[in-house]
Design a protein around this ligand. Structure first.
Ligand code: SF4
Length: 97
């Protein structure tokens, strides 16, 4: 039987201090939480990612999103699908080496 490894997950947290320096702190939240990842949502996603690209706390944001497994929205310049792919890659690295 294959052993299943449990990856640590933050389940409670206080508001991270880096959020005060976020490039998106005054943006419309709907821009970062589009309905879907295709069609009409694509321009919003691209614009949100552009803002993330100039954000001084992008690494902290992405790390937080991965550790807390944020399932929706743009975090650290990534969509939920991209974060799932990153998490899979991290698990492969952890298992193999
Ligand atoms: S990386 Fe993007 S979502 Fe994260 S704080 Fe910066 S602008 Fe906001």
């Amino acid at each position: 039987m294959r052993e299943r490894r449990t990856v640590g997950r933050l389940t409670t947290w206080t508001k991270p201090e880096w959020q005060a320096r976020a490039a998106c702190k005054d943006c419309d939240p709907e821009l970062f939480f589009p309905l879907g990842t295709t069609g009409a949502a694509v321009p919003d996603i691209e614009w949100a990612k552009t803002i993330c690209g100039a954000c001084p706390v992008q690494p902290e944001c992405l790390d937080f999103a991965l550790k807390t497994r944020q399932e929706f929205g743009i975090w650290g310049g990534t969509t939920e699908d991209e974060r799932r792919a990153l998490s899979r890659q991290q698990r492969k690295v952890n298992v193999s080496g």
